[in-house]
Write a protein that binds this ligand. Structure first.
Ligand code: HEC
Length: 288
């Protein structure tokens, strides 16, 4: 809510999301790469420094891989829907000292409207992460996955209706998809990417958690589920033998949590009526 223009209708901006125009490749390894990219796209730790601390992800600007007409980051945007990605606020490498916000493009195209050629996507995205956002060097499969995800977005794949409701079920599904990708990557011996995928699932839990503001029981359960994932992450990093089994168990173990969250969903900020009552909290622009 801090990153949208004053006066944005919270119901439209936060109770729904644009439809994702994603065509998953049929070939399993290609599909896995897209799933890895899809999960990384919503993970703050992917972007380093200031952006990660603020919780910014690719998805903050490119909602569902699209644009974000409401986006207005204090100090980084001009008109709503624009951002300056060469800003020293985010980057110690590329900050050009000039405030030149550009419209956030819809990454699903059409292709003719995009400027980065499909073959150059990995290089471009690495530049975004490492130079513009001061992020750490991403795992090779994460970078390849982000490029594969962007390539798999296309107008012909846009589903109807054009907007979808934001629900607990949808965010939990994203978390499980990320963990499925984590399992596959761990089985293939790519621990770094598996860790990044667990981070992606945890980021989804974070998005759920903030919508249960003021609901102590639900938030405590979410924190417990997150703590389990943190343990799994550590186990993968340390190559502990139980890591794969724990990873496999989480999606099933978390079903009762999802049932409880869904039962309480109407009292949370997933309820569009409650969102409307929530105040948009704007931060002052940082000093330039
Ligand atoms: C702060 C908002 C913001 C964030 C975060 C962000 N982008 Fe962008 N992105 C933009 C803007 C603005 C442009 C257009 C830049 C320009 O025109 O020079 C852009 C351009 C792009 C393009 C080029 C599109 C084309 O025309 O071919 C790609 C690909 C892209 N972003 C992917 C990503 C990925 C992947 C991430 C996460 C690692 C990300 N973006 C994070 C705002 C953002």
């Amino acid at each position: 809510m801090r990153w949208v223009a004053a006066g944005t209708d919270p119901q439209r901006a936060f109770a729904t999301t644009p439809a994702e125009c994603l065509r998953l490749p049929r070939e399993p390894q290609a599909a896995l790469s897209v799933e890895v990219g899809r999960a990384a796209f919503g993970t703050p730790v992917l972007l380093g420094g200031q952006a990660a601390r603020a919780g910014l992800t690719c998805e903050s600007c490119h909602r569902a891989g699209r644009d974000n007409p409401d986006f207005q980051f204090p100090g980084a945007s001009g008109a709503p829907g624009t951002a300056d990605v060469t800003l020293s606020l985010f980057s110690s490498h590329r900050g050009n000292g000039v405030h030149d916000p550009r419209p956030i493009p819809d990454l699903s195209g059409p292709r003719t409207r995009l400027t980065v050629a499909p073959a150059d996507l990995a290089t471009f995205i690495r530049g975004l992460i490492v130079e513009e956002f001061d992020g750490p060097e991403p795992a090779p499969a994460v970078l390849a996955g982000l490029a594969a995800y962007v390539r798999a977005l296309e107008p012909a794949a846009c589903p109807r209706p054009a907007r979808a409701p934001v629900t607990v079920a949808r965010l939990m599904d994203d978390a499980r998809r990320a963990l499925t990708a984590a399992e596959a990557k761990l089985a293939a011996g790519d621990a770094a990417t598996a860790v990044a995928m667990v981070a992606a699932a945890r980021a989804r839990l974070g998005l759920i958690h903030e919508r249960y503001a003021g609901m102590a029981t639900e938030q405590a359960r979410l924190r417990a589920a997150d703590a389990e994932l943190a343990t799994v992450q550590a186990a993968i990093r340390e190559a502990l033998p139980g890591a794969a089994a724990d990873l496999r168990r989480w999606p099933t173990d978390s079903r009762p949590l999802e049932v409880a969250l869904t039962a309480a969903e109407a009292r949370s900020l997933f309820n569009p009526a409650r969102l409307s009552q929530a105040k948009t909290r704007r931060l002052p622009a940082p000093p330039s």
